[in-house]
Write a protein that binds this ligand. Structure first.
Ligand code: HEM
Length: 177
């Protein structure tokens, strides 16, 4: 997984839980206390290490995996991506705009970094404000995807209803469309 995900997780944890907790997370994965993933921002980090790091961090912070995904989703969508990847937000005014653009965004990113294996999405329009979205990825991070949609809602001040109907499908009813 691209190091930018790790670096965003680092910023998320430091901002919400403090530097000391972050250092405990590093320690639990045998990394030195002054380590920062900023050094690996553009690198591909071993997938198992990534998943292990996320699980261990939730354990250390004493929160559920879903809570950590939610924290990450809000931070990514409201602070990190607008700062680092603002170009991808151009022309997007609602959660719906962004959700429907995600395959393209990830494809563009995939072209910039050959090692990236980003997720893809399929959309079935059920009504102008209602879509069935399918998450396509070798990873099983659909719950992270849902947390990121919630993060988009915070950014755009929208209220999307998300009904998870299987391990890779959800029905989304958008408040703004
Ligand atoms: C706004 C700009 C965004 C950029 C530049 C971006 C870029 C990336 C990158 C580089 C990865 C790692 C891919 C890899 O290492 O193979 C990733 C993963 C991921 N992204 Fe995004 N992303 C953005 C927004 C979003 C949003 C808004 C969502 C969901 C609503 C999302 C859903 C995901 C998920 C679920 C993954 C985990 C990997 C997987 O499931 O396979 N992304 N993204």
């Amino acid at each position: 997984m691209q190091g930018t995900i790790h670096y965003c997780l680092e910023e998320t944890i430091i901002q919400k839980y403090g530097k000391e907790k972050w250092q405990e997370c590093l320690k639990s994965c045998n990394l030195p206390p002054n380590y920062s993933f900023i050094t690996q921002l553009k690198e591909d980090i071993d997938e198992k290490q990534t998943i292990n790091f996320i699980f261990k961090s939730a354990e250390i912070l004493g929160i559920s995996l879903q809570q950590l995904f939610d924290d990450f989703g809000v931070y990514w969508c409201t602070e990190y991506a607008p700062k680092l990847y603002s170009g991808f937000y151009i022309g997007c005014n609602t959660t719906k705009d962004m959700v429907l653009k995600l395959t393209k965004i990830h494809e563009m990113f995939g072209k910039l970094r050959e090692t990236a294996l980003p997720p893809r999405f399929e959309y079935k329009e059920l009504a102008p404000n209602k879509y069935e979205v399918t998450y396509i990825s070798q990873r099983k991070l659909f719950d992270l995807y849902i947390s990121l949609v919630k993060g988009l809602d915070v950014y755009f001040n929208n209220q999307t209803q998300i009904e998870k109907i299987s391990e890779n499908k959800a029905i989304m009813t958008f408040s703004h469309y």
